[in-house]
Design a protein around this ligand. Structure first.
Ligand code: UGY
Ligand code: MN
Length: 250
């Protein structure tokens, strides 16, 4: 379909919205019967990489040079780690330190959200270890007391982790309580529903399947529309001092 050159995708200096009709698939090193849609990367201005990997049955991911977070969107993955097999179905996830190289194999045709980020150690703290989790086992917390907006924190609240990944579920009509402007950047995958996202000085209609990147300090706000709850998976850098990676210009 050509749509005469129209798309909802946009790229601005402090944010972008990527909609499925503009997704381009390409394999990453080590992938077998699998392909990646790279949504955010250093090439786009992000300090992390986020992609959706699509695997055929029997397909596998390559190894990552950085720590990695996997959230299964569809299908079933088998992670072989330290002599054990863990099966991850939709809404299950895994944290994998850079040194661990588990085999990630698709038991069925699968889609998985992958986030990779070079780890920033903290002096005196042992880096985090491999773990798997299930979203439904995480107790949802209302955002600032709003029962219509529930946050699930998928990564433990521990300063050893240098990033956070949450799901946010909005009842129809719920919204962020304020326009946020903050030092953290975001990678956001719309999982269900839709609404209006304010990014910078613009407002965009968004729906399940869309990806959004927000640079540090990008003004942001979301209001959920429609008759079903809206849900997104959201990454942010976390628990590190803003000067940690600062290299003064000479
Ligand atoms: O965690 C966050 O910063 C989140 N409230 N941001 C967002 O939903 N755009
Ligand atoms: Mn935010």
């Amino acid at each position: 379909m050509h749509h005469f050159g129209h798309t909802r995708s946009v790229r601005e200096a402090d944010h972008f919205l990527l909609t499925p009709e503009t997704f381009v698939r390409a394999p990453l090193p080590g992938m077998h019967k699998a392909t990646a849609i790279v949504h955010a990367s250093p090439a786009s201005g992000a300090a992390f990489t986020q992609y959706t990997a699509e695997l055929e049955i029997g397909g596998s991911l390559g190894q990552a040079a950085a720590q990695r977070f996997l959230y299964v969107l569809e299908g079933e993955l088998i992670l072989s780690h330290a002599g054990e097999e863990r099966r991850l179905r939709s809404e299950r996830y895994a944290y994998i330190p850079a040194e661990d190289k588990p085999r990630v194999l698709a038991a069925r045709a699968s889609r998985v959200a992958v986030i990779e980020k070079p780890y920033q150690p903290l002096p005196g703290l042992k880096p985090p270890a491999f773990f798997v989790g299930e979203e439904q086992n995480i107790a949802p917390q209302p955002l600032q007391g709003d029962e219509a907006l529930q946050v699930r924190t998928l990564i433990p609240d521990d300063p050893v982790f240098d990033f956070a990944v949450n799901t946010m579920t909005y009842q129809p009509g719920a919204s962020l309580p304020m326009v946020e402007i903050h030092v953290m950047e975001h990678g956001l995958l719309m999982l269900a529903g839709g609404g209006i996202y304010r990014l910078g000085e613009k407002w965009y209609p968004v729906t399940a399947g869309d990806f959004i990147w927000m640079a540090p300090y990008c003004p942001q706000w979301f209001g959920a529309l429609g008759k079903v709850p809206s849900k997104y998976l959201i990454y942010k850098d976390w628990n590190r001092h803003p000067l940690a990676n600062y290299v003064p210009a000479r």
